[in-house]
Design a protein around this ligand. Sequence first.
Ligand SMILES: Cc1cc2nc3c(=O)[nH]c(=O)nc-3n(C[C@H](O)[C@H](O)[C@H](O)COP(=O)(O)OP(=O)(O)OC[C@H]3O[C@@H](n4cnc5c(N)ncnc54)[C@H](O)[C@@H]3O)c2cc1C
Ligand code: FES
Ligand code: FES
Length: 1298
Amino acid sequence: MAALSVRLTGTKYGCGGGGCGACTVMISTYEPASKKIRHYSANACLLPICSLYGTAVTTVEGVGTTTTRVHPVQERLAKCHGSQCGFCTPGMVMSIYTLLRNHPEPTLEQIAAALAGNLCRCTGYRPILDACKTFCEESVCCQSKANGKCCLDQEDDLFDKGEKVCTRLFSTDEFQPLDPTQELIFPPELMRMAESQPKRTLVFRGERMTWISPVSLDELLDLKATHPKAPLVVGNTSVGPEMKFRGVLHPIVIAPLRVPVLNLVKCTDDGLTLGAACRLTLVKDILTNAISEFPEEKTKILRAVLQQLRTLGGEQIRNVASLGGNIVSRKSTSDLNPILAAGNCMLNLVSRGRKRQIPLSDIFADGASNSTIMPEEILVSIYIPHSRKGEYVSAFRQAPRRENALPITNAGMRVLFEEGTDMIKDLSIFYGGSVSTTICAKQTCQALIGRYWNEQMLSEACRLILKEIALPGLAWGGKADYKKTLIVSFFYRFFLEVLQSLKTMDPCHYPGIPMEYGSVLQDFQTKMPQSIQIYQDIEPGQPPEDPVGRPIMHQSGIKHATGEALYIDDLPSVDGELFLAVVTSSRAHAKIVSIDTSEALKGPGVFDIITAHDVPATNEFYYSNDPEIVICVGQIVCAVAADSDVHAKQAAAKVKIEYEVLEPVILTIEEAIKHNSFFEPKRKLEQGNVDQAFETVDKILEGQIHIGGQEHFYMETQSVLAVPKGEDKEMDVYVSTQHPAIIQEMVAASLGVPANRIMCHVKRVGGAFGGKLLKAGLLASVAAVAANKTSRAVRLVLSRGDDMLITGGRHPFIGKYKVGFMNDGRIIAVDAKFYINGGCTPDESVLVAEVSLLKMDNAYRIPNLRCWGYACKTNLPSNTAFRGFGFPQSALVTETWITGIAEKTGLSPEKVREINMYRENEQTHFKQELDPQNLIRCWNECMEKSAYYSRKTAIKEFNKQNYWKKKGIAIVPMKFPFGLGTRYLSQASALVHIYTDGSVLLTHGGIEMGQGIHTKMIQVASRELNIPMSCIHFCETSTTTIPNACASVGSAGTDVNGMAVKDACQTLLKRLQPIINKNPKGTWNDWIKEAFKQSVSLSATGYFRGYNESMDWEKGEGQPFTYFLYGAACSEVEINCLTGDHKNLRTDIVMDVGCSINPAVDIGQIEGAFVQGIGLYTMEELKYSPEGVLYTRGPDQYKIPAICDIPEQFSVSLLSSSQNPYAIYASKGIGEAGLFLGCSVFFALRDAVTSVRNERELKKTFTLNSPLTPEQIRAACADDFTEMVIGSICSPQEGSAE
Ligand SMILES: Cc1cc2nc3c(=O)[nH]c(=O)nc-3n(C[C@H](O)[C@H](O)[C@H](O)COP(=O)(O)OP(=O)(O)OC[C@H]3O[C@@H](n4cnc5c(N)ncnc54)[C@H](O)[C@@H]3O)c2cc1C
Ligand code: FES
Ligand code: FES
């Protein structure tokens, strides 16, 4: 849709499968009969263009542009700092814009629902929600309060006396009002067309498919009889992904949407009849109305269906997906089928000459998908009966994320009692998610008829259900034990619900459920988060025109929101440009016997196939020395160049590779240890005398923790455009990277040309997080080789699936530890071994292992310490840098054993933390001095701001009163060392030109990937040159302007480039000073003109040599870091012990960022990283097949945090009066540190699990691995149900005792 040819590139492509919302557009339709215009949001990536006949499509460009008018939605999103990398922003704008077209003053619930289908990997959502809240009638947060104080907090608790702090990151005063009368109208010609043109069958023919859209049932039946295999496509949310990702091709597609009877809505006294083509949003509205109209007794089925609809997909999916499509596709993950089947719903089916009505449950007979709907049959409508007296109905679901995630398991249950009794007359239980379709516990239901609703019936029911729903060990999609546990837990929840309803109906006869069980009947709801951000105000004497220290909007914020900000895939096509699709290995370790490209070469539009033989010089993209050997699944074997992306991909699928499998195949850390497969060198750090110290301790704790990997999931996938310039072997390479210099070096080496022929350009990057360094170089080399061979421009944009498959991510980690401590909680000795899964090439794995050792002490003094770091060599795609670089893993190991010590000593975890925290000027385990004053301040302030102790008491009370729901709280300190280990890695350059009109062009070696570096650099230049930011422009980072720039990594971008920019500006100012002195009242423009006349050079470079950092690994000593950032976070959670679900209730963060150059940017980094940390530690789970094939290759299988995952109350304070002599304007680099604080949620969950286990008198020592998913939480909350499933009271891996 956002085709290059029409140059509407604002709409972004993040996944192609409806899972991320980056491609959201607004569809408007006009209904002549009612004269109503309907606006709804939809995912462009799944919208067949033929389905849009007669509709108006509004993309972000239609909402507003900088050349016409910036719409209030765009303005507010930008000014509230709701964009960082900006790649998700057009999608966000479209979701909010569509909401406002329908509801100009939306409620908080409507906002949360509208954005549930939009993912953002950068911001942590808070600022996006703040922008939305400004459209609400209700005053919702501190931001809208004029006095700058938040309604959430008591003033006295928050602010230190005498300290001037701010809580406003934006001012609402300057916002344009939203004026609905100014919106685009529905195109009159489409209205006329709808009114005047008789409805006729539409046929669209494409290269491979024909789309037929009939208007009458007769015609539809004829078509279906003629083409029984053709799918009926309404929303395309089921057929579309199958065609895109599973290679299914339907030469004919029938679109039944315009057949009136399929849109029927009939409401009678007995029930509702809904046309099969009704969109789920409409179904939701109809059910909501019906529920308000009919007495409660009649609406129990409707309520249960509505409950499932609330969390089914995102709004964009529900707006297009049809009720019939959800039913007929009979997916195991259908949330509607179990409840509709349990609710005795009927299907009205029609074919040529035949009409019949069958119970929906029939299409799931015997638990296997069978073809009770004939190929020529059409589902016309669905009948949902009203519930009867004495009938109770419920629906349940548990998903990896509460919203916009397919269920792991779901259920629909209904019971009908003999009148006036609790004797079962009829019972219906259906489950989804467990096998390949919905299944019915039919025999169980029959066996229980006549039984009373009591404990005996419950245990019999659970026993029978487990027997009947016998999931194979490797259940569909895995997690067999968890699914079984959910299956019985859901029934138990139904049992409780019905007991409670019976009591409401007849309190004399039915006692209901114990008080402490009551809360489990409420599911967690997504509430609009309340938030506050606190930072120190600028000094009173600072001139108003000096922007440093102020919350300045991202330099590209408005362009992000209007879609004008360009990414690689948005660059205009170059004449003759080719598209590249890569072919990857499907074996983890094999010899390539043959590559057959003959079929692929015959494909339409195919230009060439690029192999290793086409590399003119160094082959940077071979993983092993032997090009015939593949060493991971996802290794690039060859690439197809074609005239379009589609043609290239189609041909790539036809390349046949024959392999000879090689041994060994090493996938896990355990296997690498077994095969002694490591990258060298192995690293060790030691201080004190560990062995001796262990002799003196009171207790020893030994254990290990597994920490899973993490996918970067930057919203813009890896992208390159290589353009040969036709002269002197010059080539322009436009690439989404954090490190243009390495791209230049790798491309030049591949092509065998000097680096001065390769010009690498980076305007902006749609998120990187460490993932766009060497991997980007590899892909750029592939594209450059193709461009070199074909002499054409070549574009390579990885699909989300390929990106996840090929590029690796954060290292999976095993931390083994032995800790000696005293009964008073003092740590005496630690002996630890860290193993990281490096994958198949060295990449930066040894460096990651080193950093994990250097940072493993986190905030604690460990007098005797020995730790080893091993980078395992395996047959997984190579893992690489990721925000935090080893620290998030090794510090989690430390916090785990700290918690273990607390359990063993009976002290609270926070006491053990306090006892062992660095207190005075001390040395780290590698003998670097540190002053922990700000660590203690952060800790104390966090304790105070979070009201830790009073909330801990309240939680204890809550836990006493609630059996199936528990709360937990944890506070975690952090010391984050800043530095890159050696001087040369932190050198930086800048180039500043002043033109004779006074405008300034600034460039430096840093990359803008969302972290606001260009904004900060313009702030620096503005202060130094004493001119407004508006006079300064940043164009792009390029190897032509800044040679040999270091990578933008390790939170260092602003520190080092800031110094270089300052240097360049000072040089210029020095040159201008005599002119200024001569004419002090003159303007900037006067001085510049005069300088030009006097032949004063108006261009200067600036340079920063880098920090004096070094580490001697032989001695285990050094100064690898320049300074330390400190922080602390306190999080509170609530868990549902029956499902393992949890809710993040509150987080308070205090962070020491020195003197912030831009508090909005810094707070944005903290919040965004923190939410990414929540993902790492509690949600994001990579799954591989036993052969090493990554299963989780898109947002449908891999869940990053969404709005429903951010804490309901979220406060971030920047520590005041913090100075840093080492960095620009006393600031500190903050890009990475916040991520680790996400582990406060992990430990809060652990705290909640601990109270469950204490109450149930389960074993005290237990280990929880990361990510701490609902599956693990459920297993740790062992009870009768887990016992039924596993056979005995189970607990997750036990940590071994002393
Ligand atoms: C990102 C995403 C998230 C999702 N999340 C959820 C979720 O959380 N829970 C959930 O339950 N589902 C979820 N889904 C699935 C979605 O609800 C279904 O794909 C959707 O309801 C199918 O409707 P459709 O109109 O898009 O079907 P289409 O793709 O248009 O058609 C689906 C199939 O149904 C058949 N069909 C359609 N109408 C008829 C008819 N009238 N008669 C006979 N056959 C017919 C077609 O032949 C086709 O085979 C999700 C899908 C996506 C893409
Ligand atoms: S690109 Fe369409 S939803 Fe992700
Ligand atoms: S700003 Fe949302 S993904 Fe980058």
